[in-house]
Design a protein around this ligand. Structure first.
Ligand code: LMR
Length: 329
């Protein structure tokens, strides 16, 4: 009888173990490097909210902003080994993974506006880039907008000559490196989380970012000028660990896909305004002077930078660049 009650006890324990296991949600850790109050930060939170409301406790998205969990240079490894399930790295950060073609988005003056960019992200080229991630154990879920970059420094950078000899922080993209070298800048690859301090201590003189990143990282405290150059684009690929995605039950996959579609629409609807508002916030701070670029100044900058397209052919592929021209043309 003792044996019997031990057996019953064990069975009850096992059953409650199963019940507990069933109650434990599957967790998606979604790590990113920017502030919550940015297009990416807001869209990631929106995605988490939608999934968490709809998954009936079976799936839970946890968002870790601000490089809390992983910095640039660590995130890609973290998703590949499954330490996190989702990321939304900038399109400029896929080179180290071996998918260099994403650097097409870094080409200076390649997109006139968001519409031209969307023709690429929502067209065959956008889809073919995602295909290239799969052998790396990664699935691309969506492209999220941020915006067009402005140069900043403690010096007013308006003419191409003004850039000569400056040290500037860049993301880990060879195309951005070529862009900076075309201006005589000494580029320095650095994690996003380290930029503020590097600007403050003078490790670098300047950088480039959309205004929303500039303002939310408080770069206006440590940069005297921001020039509205809009010379290039910065946006994101939202990605998920492939094995995790493949193993996710179909009902939960559907919830994720639908929430992703909705949060993508949201991200792309707010990005432009977020950046315009950030520009005004920088202006209102009175700390960074915002400089306009005259059409002639912009043309001169473009003239210095356009050769980067040709130089990038060996990196990105002449055919890829040609397709971008065709899709945006
Ligand atoms: C940067 O490193 O400047 C950006 O990629 C940060 C981001 O995620 O927007």
């Amino acid at each position: 009888n003792v044996r019997r009650s031990v057996l019953i006890g064990l069975m009850a324990l096992t059953a409650s173990g199963f019940a507990m296991a069933q109650q434990q949600p599957i967790v998606i850790k979604f790590s990113h490097v920017v502030a919550k109050d940015t297009p990416k930060g807001k869209a990631a939170d929106q995605f988490a909210k939608l999934v968490n409301e709809r998954a009936g406790g079976k799936l839970k998205v946890e968002v870790y902003p601000n490089s809390q969990l992983y910095k640039d240079g660590e995130e890609m490894n973290a998703i590949q080994i499954g330490a996190v399930q989702m990321l939304a790295p900038s399109l400029a950060k896929f080179g180290p993974l071996g998918v260099k073609e994403f650097e097409l988005f870094d080409l200076p003056f390649i997109f006139d506006d968001y519409n031209a960019l969307h023709r690429v992200t929502s067209g065959p080229l956008g889809a073919s880039l995602f295909k290239k991630l799969e052998p790396k154990g990664i699935v691309g879920l969506a492209y999220w907008d941020n915006g067009f970059k402005d140069f900043s420094a403690n010096k007013a950078l308006k003419k191409p000559e003004d850039f000569k000899g400056m040290k500037m922080r860049i993301q880990s993209s060879k195309v951005l490196e070529a862009q900076m070298r075309a201006l005589g800048v000494i580029p320095q690859v650095m994690a996003f989380s380290e930029v503020y301090q590097a600007l403050q201590t003078g490790v670098v003189d300047g950088t480039e970012n959309p205004p929303s990143n500039f303002y939310t990282q408080k770069m206006h405290e440590v940069q005297k000028y921001m020039v509205q150059s809009h010379h290039g684009y910065l946006g994101y690929a939202v990605i998920i660990n492939k094995k995790f995605w493949d193993d996710l039950p179909a009902d939960l996959k559907k919830i994720v896909s639908t929430a992703m579609e909705e949060s993508t629409r949201y991200a792309n609807a707010i990005a432009q305004k977020e950046n315009a508002d950030a520009t005004e916030a920088v202006r209102a701070s009175g700390k960074t002077q915002i400089l306009d670029m005259t059409p002639a100044e912009r043309t001169a900058l473009k003239k210095s930078l356009i050769k980067v397209h040709k130089e990038a052919e060996s990196r990105i592929g002449a055919d890829v660049i040609k397709s971008v021209y065709k899709e945006t043309g």
